[in-house]
Write a protein that binds this ligand. Structure first.
Ligand code: 13P
Length: 364
């Protein structure tokens, strides 16, 4: 049991994170993933360049109008910006809630390419330190692969992926992490990411998402996690990127909401989306379509990394003289997604701004 006062404070933070018109920036790429983001702009992946990159994203003037919180990586929560001020202080003074990625990457599950997530060992001590550094919420990502029994990507024959065993193990780990977070005074974000990789259909994504979220809320309930002080970060229901046929924004919105309405309890504080390899405009259009389907039991907003960052990263290209322009591109994307949370986005608003088409490898 977690004491009532703590839960009330956490529930308040959770509500602030999904306040109307606001979403979360995921700036929590591991060292390895930052390297993948820097490769297209030919930038060396070193501490100073990562500092400049995060400076671009965390000090854009007025970003708190659209961004409620930022998920940081371990290095960034301890790092100073280009003016020598800690990123955490910059955020606190700017009215942005600091969060922290606390999982420690992926481990193999079985021999068919499925994964679980590392990081439960020693978690409570690590969380205590992050709280002392200013974190108020946390993120844990698990990844789920969908695969047809006939898919050439399957290393061995067997049931369609995801397997029931993998769904259950990831749900149990997410629930165990969420409970420790609430005990230590952090709002947990639970993120079961259904990968876009593969040739699965929209219906297969819908079936897998339904199973995953059913198992997840069952395990969260078993563990005694308080849903009013929890955020679900999830994928939209999308066909695999090699399926060969795109779905419309309306189809995606309809199917995504059908899954949530069948599986997500109404007292959950909010649902936030990852972009998952969609293009940035596509991720905004789909969020807009989701928020155009009438009132839902939960706020539905963004927690994008690539779909908020890619165009700004390209504009910046590691050059100090491009910093201001890159921040304008980032703010533009944040504003477009903010409008999408109200269903008020239109593509005409993109005129004159750089966009990115997606396709970068997912993060760890
Ligand atoms: P993308 O929006 O790039 O998918 O990343 C979000 C995230 O936090 C993945 O864990």
């Amino acid at each position: 049991m977690i004491d009532q006062e703590k839960i009330e404070k956490l529930s308040k933070t959770a509500k602030e994170l999904v306040a109307p018109g606001k979403g979360i920036l995921a700036a929590d790429e591991s060292m390895n993933t930052v390297g993948k983001r820097f490769a297209p702009i030919n930038l060396e992946n070193n501490e100073d360049n990562r500092r400049a990159f995060r400076h671009m994203l965390l000090t854009a003037p007025g970003e708190s109008e659209f961004i409620s919180g930022v998920i940081l990586f371990d290095e960034t929560i301890r790092q100073n910006d280009l003016s020598g001020k800690s990123f955490v202080s910059v955020m606190q003074e700017g009215g942005i809630i600091p969060g922290i990625k606390v999982d420690q990457g992926l481990a193999d599950f079985g021999d068919r390419g499925e994964k679980t997530t590392k990081g439960l060992e020693g978690l409570s001590d690590r969380l205590k330190e992050y709280v002392s550094l200013g974190a108020r919420f946390a993120k844990w990502r698990s990844v789920i692969t969908i695969s047809n029994a006939t898919s050439p990507s399957l290393p061995s024959e067997g049931e369609e992926l995801p397997s029931d065993g993998n769904i259950l193990q990831n749900a149990k780990d997410l629930a165990a992490y969420a409970l420790v977070c609430q005990q230590e005074g952090l709002v947990p974000i639970v993120e079961p990411e259904v990968l876009l990789d593969g040739n699965h259909s929209l219906q297969q994504a819908k079936d897998a998402s339904t199973k995953i979220l059913t198992a997840l809320f069952n395990e969260l309930n078993n563990a005694g996690v308080v849903l009013e002080a929890l955020l679900l970060k999830t994928s939209m229901v999308l066909p695999g990127k090699d399926f060969g046929q795109k779905a419309s924004a309306e189809e995606i919105a309809k199917n995504t909401l059908e899954v949530f309405n069948a599986t997500v309890p109404h007292n959950l504080a909010g649902i936030i989306f990852l972009s998952g390899g969609q293009g940035d405009v596509e991720a905004t259009e789909n969020l807009n379509a989701i928020n155009s389907q009438g009132t839902q039991p939960w706020p539905l907003t963004f927690s994008y990394a690539r779909a908020l960052q890619d165009a700004a990263t390209k504009t910046w290209a590691g050059k100090p003289e491009n910093m201001d322009q890159a921040q304008q591109v980032f703010l533009h994307r944040a504003k477009m997604n903010s409008l999408a949370t109200f269903g008020k986005y239109t593509k005409a608003l993109e005129e004159g701004f750089a966009t990115a088409s997606g396709g970068q490898a997912s993060q760890d």
